[in-house]
Design a protein around this ligand. Structure first.
Ligand code: F6R
Length: 611
């Protein structure tokens, strides 16, 4: 949700900021803007993408070695030029960029209006910079003190960067609930929502903690908390390569990330699974092994695709480690009064590690004494830091807004966790354990095989890209895959799609079936194969079009489906890791054939750091 970037150093700031904004565009892309400080405070902002902002800047002279930039995902106020960031104070001397939501902005705004403040935008962010200005005026204090006092008055989430025209060698940043990283180079500093705008200049970074602010002034960095206590910044080395965040010859990040899955799944297993020796090491679990073994139940929490991975986790943990599991939408969990006990273990599944609802849900569970285990991709993210223990995905940056490789890595981690716990509890037989170990080990090669037939999916896509609705059906481990297939299609192609357990079809969705309804069955040879065949017959009898994901060598379904796509055979529990790949490709190709922007679908943002 919104990307922010700031630069203070010796270089021309504008190119650094524009390039950074392009890297952060996955976080929001409805408007963008920059503020450059070089004697004057110049602000240029524009509705649309960063490329529209570049066109607006055109040949304007924005020479400066200090500047900030923002790419927006609208929360308060529609996406237009006036609501784009940066926002400025009434006297035009201060500028702010903000990611997050100031929840009490409306009462602050009313008070400021009574003191004569006039607002140009509908945003909560403009209110914050006016508040800083007002506090500075009333207290006759420094700008950093005014920022600190103002942040003590606001409720909500923020990552901000503030510039002051009166000090063109100073940049102030602060965070609460929204990510912020500071890059420290030779005589230069960078501030950004994630490390991607920074990586080519320095790999020395520090992450601000909640309620901390950084004052970068006269070549040095001071970090303090909102109680004015100075903190020693923890400088760490970034483990990120430039090529990880570039498209590497693919037309879209989504396609690149789909094709990266053999590697990303392997990386999730690296150092954890040694199949030749039949070993599994889950060091994050080892720290709390007794709690895992004696847990009353596991609660898996996530949103969207991560919630789907959690559903597969439920099947895995229940089957392999015989522990009761609940899977919760973070947004629902946090707002009811859930029963959470000290013997519960909450597993937070999140690619970004910054999803506001997931973060709030685990804070709630932690306050009730549950152990929190994070399954995150982004190292050092808020969820990863709040968790008592965890296992990183190591999938590398996922930039396409539609999650693909993170999903398969999440399922891989959850499968290893369920197997590990099953082994420690004695609820899984040695032969089942060994079969699953070898099965997991074979996933990267099997995914490679599926990807080598991507053209078959393109052919199928050509027959259906104009459909208005899609149904995805699966049973058992393949039910969450149906949900995930439907989500992928709707988010990037804007086709209405629903995922259902195949057996539920006759309780309602069957009414939708006619000759215009494509139905995707995940119909692999597993324990419910025969039942799925009956469901396919029911669809065919109503003239629905059947696309079936089947196990290699299947002839029965081939004879009844309109299209089939074969995936290699694997144990039931691991099928989702293979079956989801053709569904990712199907949504990708359909979206491209419909002319959609797959990497930046409308209304979506990669990291949902607002409620
Ligand atoms: C779907 C998608 C979203 C995310 C969801 C949770 O393709 O990307 O549904 O899965 O917003 O995000 P994380 O995993 O970052 O918590």
């Amino acid at each position: 949700m919104c990307g922010i970037v700031g630069y203070l150093g010796k270089r021309e700031a504008l190119p650094v900021i524009i390039k950074g904004l392009k890297r952060l565009e996955y976080r929001g892309y409805d408007s963008a803007g920059v503020a450059m400080l070089n004697g004057n405070l110049e602000i240029v902002k524009k509705k649309g993408k960063v490329s529209d902002l570049e066109a607006e800047i055109g040949t304007k002279k924005l020479d400066a070695t200090l500047g900030i930039g923002h790419t927006r995902w609208a929360t308060h106020g529609e996406p237009n030029d006036k609501n784009a960031h940066p926002h400025s104070s009434a006297d035009g001397k201060l500028a702010i960029i903000h990611n997050g939501i100031i929840e009490n902005y409306s009462s602050i705004k009313k008070e400021l209006e009574l003191s004569g403040h006039v607002f140009k935008s509908d945003t909560d962010s403009e209110v914050l910079i006016h508040l800083i200005e007002e506090i500075k005026r009333q207290n006759q204090c420094s700008i950093d003190e005014a920022v600190r006092l103002a942040l003590n008055e606001v409720v909500g989430a923020y990552a901000i960067v503030v510039l002051s025209k009166d000090d063109d060698r100073m940049m102030i940043a602060a965070r609460k609930g929204s990510p912020l990283v500071i890059g420290i180079g030779e005589g230069e500093f960078f501030v950004a929502s994630d490390a991607t705008p920074i990586i080519e200049y320095t790999n020395n970074v520090t992450y601000l903690n909640d309620r901390e602010m950084a004052v970068i002034k006269d070549g040095s960095l001071t970090v303090k908390n909102l109680e004015n206590v100075t903190k020693t910044p923890f400088i760490q080395k970034l483990e990120l390569d430039l090529e990880d965040i570039e498209k590497g010859g693919y037309p879209h990040f989504m396609l690149k990330e789909i094709f990266e899955q053999p590697k990303s799944v392997r990386d999730a297993m690296r150092g954890r699974l040694v199949s030749r020796e039949h070993h599994l090491f889950m060091s994050g679990m080892d720290q709390y092994l007794n709690r895992f073994i004696n847990a009353d139940r596991l609660i898996l929490i996530g949103c969207g695709t991560s919630w789907h991975a959690g559903l597969i986790g439920e099947y895995l943990f229940e089957e392999l480690s015989r522990v009761p599991v609940e899977v919760e939408y973070a947004s629902e969990f946090r707002y009811r009064n859930p029963v959470v006990r000290e013997q519960d273990i909450v597993i937070a599944v999140s690619q970004s590690g910054e999803t506001a609802d997931t973060l709030a849900a685990i804070e709630l569970a932690k306050s009730k004494g549950a152990l929190i285990f994070g399954v995150c991709n982004v190292v050092g993210s808020s969820i990863a830091r709040i968790a008592d223990a965890g296992a990183y995905l190591h999938a590398g940056p996922e930039i396409g807004v539609a999650s693909t490789k993170a999903f398969t890595s999440q399922v891989t981690i959850l499968a290893m966790m369920a197997m590990y716990l099953g082994l420690k509890k004695g609820t899984i037989s040695m032969s089942q354990y060994q079969e699953l170990l070898l099965g997991l080990d074979s996933i990267p090669d099997k995914v490679t095989k599926i990807l080598s037939k991507a053209d078959e999916i393109l052919t199928i896509s050509k027959s259906f890209y104009q459909a208005r609705n899609f149904l995805y059906l699966g049973r058992g481990f393949n039910f969450p895959v149906a949900l995930e297939g439907a989500l992928k299609l709707k988010e990037i192609s804007y086709i209405h799609a629903e995922g259902y357990p195949a057996a539920e079809m006759k309780h309602g969705p069957i009414a939708l079936i006619d000759e215009d309804m494509p139905v995707v069955f995940i119909a692999t040879k597993d324990s419910s194969y025969e039942k799925v065949i009956s469901n396919i017959q029911e669809v065919k009898a109503r003239k629905g079009k059947v696309i079936a994901i089947v196990t290699e060598g299947d002839t029965e379904i081939k004879s009844m489906a309109d299209f089939t796509f074969e995936i290699p055979s694997i144990s039931d529990a691991l099928v989702p890791l293979l079956a989801v790949v053709p569904l990712q490709l199907l949504s990708y190709h359909i979206a491209i054939l419909r002319g959609c922007n797959v990497d930046q679908p409308r209304n979506l943002a990669k990291s949902v750091t607002v409620e």
